[in-house]
Write a protein that binds this ligand. Sequence first.
Ligand SMILES: Cc1cc2nc3c(=O)[nH]c(=O)nc-3n(C[C@H](O)[C@H](O)[C@H](O)COP(=O)(O)OP(=O)(O)OC[C@H]3O[C@@H](n4cnc5c(N)ncnc54)[C@H](O)[C@@H]3O)c2cc1C
Length: 395
Amino acid sequence: MRLGIIGAGQSSCTLIAELVRGQFEGEILVFNGELNRPYQRPPLSKSWLKATADANTLSLLPEPIENHGSIQWVKEWVTSIHPDNGELRTEKASYQVDHIVLATGTRAKQLTIEGLPIEIEHVVRTLDDAERLKKHIDHAENVTIIGGSFLAFELAASLDHPDRSIRIVARGNRFLPQVSVKTADRLLGSTTASTQVDVQIDSYDAKSKSLTTNHGPVPADLVIIAAGAVPNTEIAMRCGLGTEDGIATDLFMQTPHPKVSAIGEVSLHHQPHLGRSERVESISEANDSATTCAKRLLGRPEPFGAIPWFWSDQGQLKLQIAGLCARSDDETCLISNDFDCVVIRHCGDRVTAVEAINGAREFMAARRLFENGAISLSALVEAGSVFDLLQSSRS
Ligand SMILES: Cc1cc2nc3c(=O)[nH]c(=O)nc-3n(C[C@H](O)[C@H](O)[C@H](O)COP(=O)(O)OP(=O)(O)OC[C@H]3O[C@@H](n4cnc5c(N)ncnc54)[C@H](O)[C@@H]3O)c2cc1C
């Protein structure tokens, strides 16, 4: 079989590694639109942004796999796919394959702000974006980050410096809506950045070097837009697969076209843990969907059944989340002291996620409990900690 994988990010590299380890009999063509070798994205807003480390430290694949004889790296953007005749086109050439895997990920959402000079506008999605930010940050005294999610707060923590004022502004009515109010408050309490919600940005005033907003001028000689991500579905949409929300697949990562699969954060599929279809932007989703796809391509199909998990580093605080909850799910705080904090998200008595700040043991125990089956809130509250509940379920 000749396989064409579009994208060389987290999900693509996990798929490649699983296929090589599983002794896939065939050729693998990997189309990488970016010039860099495959790299990890999470450090771009965390440790790597603060350090002087070079790009090689971000490598995604061990060398023996990256240089494996079955893999051909094609440093070109794919412009269209034609699944019926197994054709894949780039600006330079056309390639023939037997099966296509779309692993195209997302791109940073852009905002149009009248008057904002391109030189001071940044996003952090790719290694090139992060390198560009590193080059400009030393000259910035007033950094404004637009966005209310983890990325905005990670960037604020990583760019923290006595000579720099950092502001985070968001359009919504609360920061970090992905997590409970308790967890969000804890993370917000640790930031040194000044924060403001309900912000409407009208334009940028170059004279005063500030954003004009409904809360008055916000000083900014460097602006980072961290307002979310847009799935790269265009090449799929042009051949009738996918929508602006993602590329729909079944639980084996197969799209409705038998010659096309989709993996990673571009794929939209049923999340058994959540009980509905959702596109999930996380490393666990990228890895688990890629592993599911690899098993199918190796002739050992197993449906996707992974328990999602997520982490974010916010300065000294490490947030880890086991499970996946709806934003409207209730919250019950299980542990809260000066150091750590564990909040349970639940829908009625069914626990959907466990959020742990500096609580690695609780997080690992929660992951194991989810893997063993459903967790009930009443049993968890009675046990007093996720760890104790895991111990008692074993005895
Ligand atoms: C700064 C940052 C910090 C993050 N931190 C965390 C974190 O702490 N925890 C966590 O769980 N997740 C984190 N994430 C999210 C995580 O990195 C992503 O969920 C993961 O990388 C998704 O993998 P993917 O393979 O779906 O997409 P990607 O890794 O984005 O890979 C997609 C690849 O496809 C390529 N591509 C797209 N279109 C084409 C085309 N037409 N032709 C050729 N190539 C194409 C792109 O260039 C890209 O290389 C972070 C993301 C960013 C940007």
